[in-house]
Design a protein around this ligand. Sequence first.
Ligand SMILES: [Fe+2]
Length: 387
Amino acid sequence: MSHDISSLRKFVSPEIVFGAGSRKSVANFASNFGARHVFLVSDPGVAAAGWVQEIIDLLTEAGIRTTVFTGVSPNPKAEEVMAGAELYKASECDVIVAIGGGSPMDCAKGIGIVATDGRSILEFEGVDTITTPPPPLILIPTTAGTSADVSQFAIISDPDRRFKFSIISKAVVPDVSLIDPQVTETMDAYLTACTGVDAMVHAIEAFVSTGSGPLTDTHALEAIRLINRNLEPLIQNTADPYLREQIMLASMQAGLAFSNAILGAVHAMSHSLGGFLDLPHGLCNALLLEHVVAYNFNSAEDRFRRVAEAMDIDTRGMSKPEIKKRLMNRIVELKKKVGLEARLAQLGVTVSDIPHLSGFALQDPCILTNPRKSSLRDVQVVYEEAL
Ligand SMILES: [Fe+2]
């Protein structure tokens, strides 16, 4: 009997506590891991918003010491991971907590790997490279978009190669994720838009990925539906707790989908932009999205029809080219309404960067699950369209 493994699908997820106030259970979970000294990773902006001090207070009340590390830049660098791991070891910490956006969370994942294994973080690039279990990890996301809090990805920048590399492993799925919409209330409208569109990209790429399947499809479609309906109203009223919760839920579902179905060309190309030119991840994705959809559409027509339906487009009786046009129009309209209209050239990308960018994009693991096989020339053309 033949055994075809290409149709097998797996699903990994952290233990999730979702809802307003869930962050306040951080000390209970840390205690359950036997924490005596927590290594708390964040960034200066999140600390200035007061969220770091609240976590320190909660841990202190439970008799747990903390060492705080906020030396994380927007695209976390390999040397920041190494510095964090040194401090973790010197402070004799035993559990890692991170509160922040994708950057502190990815940095915390890297710190955990290096703190137990000892080698350079650069040696863990790729899929399933971690053989020593990292310390217990509790993540508290403060943005609704990156989904590092549920994913088996850690994305780290290597400034020497000007390259953002991916670590993909079940070992970087956190043990606990405290997903609390209240902490996203300090995000401004622009960051809300960038991270919200990033979550939309996660959901669309996961749904059309060659790794998609029944375990991830429902999460991806629900995320698309929620973001399509709630992101514009949230940008109009960023303090609305109901809308914050809807977008946080969408981000979580998109994260569960892409962590397991993996992504596609938008992420391969935006990781390349982020590594080469140190540009913000969500914005890069937003600027590339409709161009990649146009490129991919004919390779996954039925999947894109279902994406269009999740975006409330009534596709009954429509021809395939018509569905493609309506879907692209809706994506462009959504981006415009949330204020993300720039083109890559306005971020400082030039025609002469495109060969480098395309070469790096083809080395990114996310390109492997893109529904359309991509050559160097294909990727160059899509960058040119987005310029
Ligand atoms: Fe992303």
